[in-house]
Design a binder for this molecule. Structure first.
Ligand code: GAR
Length: 223
């Protein structure tokens, strides 16, 4: 039996703001049996997020939580995490969610994000979506990629779970680079969540250590 199947599926609360492509990818990976998880709630920062249609289609409960209806980031975060708590989410997954959150102590190392660059490069305030790929091309680096990391209370800063590298080509535009990095994200995010589902991730300060699979099939513990 697959190691993760001995555990109940990882309960995910997924936060979106936009197209929901990452959410769609997660749902597909769950359907195909590659990710032993269940999306138990989708929270959107806007009622117009395109990604809400994927949640509706899959019959997943939806909550819209708009920043403008809250006096402060703290209050906004409180409401969001109340929902995550109520749905008994094991892990909160930021999937293109663009609002800042204050992570409560009981969700420390239980909130994950994917950033479309190799953190700490091209990350932090203002680096999201297309801006990241434009900055990568402008700087002229030859390798970029994506990073799955735990979220703390600084932008793109928490402990790194895994990274995948993507070469930058001479002919790249922000669009072509974005689409190759997104293809890497579609592998990296489910892979990282699967490690969490298998309870193989331990955080030691800034270092995230990944235990070998319990069936001994690992070729090495680094991604
Ligand atoms: C992804 O490319 C992700 O890396 C990026 O948003 C996209 C997913 O949003 N996140 C960030 O830039 C966070 N700093 P989508 O599912 O709405 O397309």
């Amino acid at each position: 039996m697959h190691a993760a199947l001995a555990q109940p599926p990882l309960r995910l609360a997924v936060l979106i703001s936009g197209t929901g492509r990452s959410l769609k990818n997660m749902l597909d990976r769950i359907d195909s049996g590659q990710l032993h998880a269940k999306v138990v709630l989708v929270i959107s920062s806007t009622p117009t997020a395109h990604g809400l249609q994927f949640a509706e289609k899959a019959g997943i409960p939806i909550v819209v939580c708009e920043r403008k209806n809250h006096a402060s980031q703290t209050e906004y975060s409180r409401e969001i995490f109340q929902h995550c708590h109520a749905c008994r989410g094991d892990v909160v997954v930021l999937a293109g969610f663009i609002k800042r959150l204050t992570i409560p102590a009981d969700f420390e190392n239980r909130v994950v994000n994917i950033h479309p660059a190799l953190v700490p490069s091209f990350s932090g305030k203002g680096f999201y979506g297309h801006h990241v790929h434009e900055a990568v091309l402008e700087y002229g680096v030859k390798i970029t990629g994506c990073t799955v990391h735990f979220v703390d209370n600084e932008y793109d800063h928490g402990p790194v779970i895994l990274q995948k590298a993507v070469p930058v080509m001479d002919r790249d535009t922000p669009d072509t680079l974005q689409s190759r990095v997104f293809a890497a994200e579609c592998e990296a995010y489910p892979e990282a969540l699967q490690l969490l589902a298998e309870k193989r991730v331990a955080v030691d300060g800034r270092r995230v250590r990944v235990a070998p699979p319990s069936d001994g099939s690992d070729a090495g513990s680094s991604p």
